[in-house]
Design a protein. Structure first.
Length: 270
């Protein structure tokens, strides 16, 4: 009772009071803010397990990170930096490239104006060792084709299904139709791996998740990782917070809090 904890839950956290099993709570490390705690678990567990458990990231390898300025993207960049001499390619809109370079992305690519596969090939003709794929659809095929021998694509989302404020059924159907498919025999000939990851379906793997969180807390305490907060919004501005992400303006995590931060409240009063 009274411990400050981080909480992992599939849904239901956009409210002031929540009730979760104790196994889904983790003590916050010393010096961590509540905003950082809210930004840590989902993104860093996902990035860690993709890169290390599935990806087997090792020194001198190369990684392509899509949506590199988002929550999982920024976590993945920081985790890549804990391994010696990893070359990071990151896709994001041009306005975010300076920030990405500062965080350790060697080759930011503007996916809106360039073919990112071509850009990767210009710099690394053989491709990359690991692709983090939150896009789905035809982009998973591009990811697979970009892999070096013994390379791995880890697909963990289908962002291509989300095309705007309203559901675009044609775009959804196109993404579904273009969804990557491969047989075991084809894999055998290619010397490549395809992995699927979804943290939401890991809730019974308590010990596994706990061991990953322990490693992340250790990295945080050493100053090797630090959640990047884009902005903090009170609950009554949830629409604006969602718009910040939808318009792809955020670099790092968009955080919801029950009430406006005190500094902003004072400004409003003045």
């Amino acid at each position: 009772v009274g411990d400050k904890v981080m909480v992992l839950a599939r849904s239901g956290l956009w409210q002031e009071v929540v009730n979760v099993p104790a196994s889904q709570t983790f003590p916050m490390p010393e010096g961590m803010s509540f905003e950082e705690a809210a930004a840590l678990l989902v993104n860093y567990i996902t990035a860690y397990m993709i890169l290390f458990d599935f990806g087997n990231l090792r020194p001198n390898q190369s990684v392509l990170i899509h949506m590199a300025a988002g929550g999982v993207g920024t976590a993945a960049i920081q985790l890549c930096k804990t391994v010696e001499n990893v070359t990071i390619f990151g896709t994001a809109s041009a306005s975010k490239h300076e920030s990405l370079k500062e965080s350790g992305v060697a080759h930011p690519i503007d996916y809106r104006t360039m073919d990112y596969a071509e850009e990767v090939r210009k710099i690394s003709p053989k491709g990359v060792d690991i692709v983090l794929d939150p896009l789905g659809g035809a982009d998973t095929s591009k990811a697979f084709n970009l892999l070096k021998p013994m390379g791995k694509v880890i697909t963990y989302g289908v962002a291509n299904l989300l095309t705007g404020q309203k559901k675009n059924l044609m775009a959804m159907a196109k993404t579904w139709w273009n969804q990557f498919s491969i047989t075991a025999l084809q894999l055998l000939q290619q010397n490549k791996a395809v992995c699927g990851y979804h943290l939401g379906y890991m809730h019974e793997e308590v010990e596994l998740i706990r061991s990953v969180v322990a490693k992340l807390v250790n990295l945080y305490s050493q100053g090797k990782i630090k959640p990047k907060i884009d902005s903090v919004w009170p609950f009554d501005q949830v629409a604006e917070a969602m718009r910040q992400m939808q318009e792809k303006k955020n670099v790092g995590k968009v955080i919801l809090v029950p009430e406006a931060p005190k500094e902003e409240s004072k400004k409003a009063e003045n």
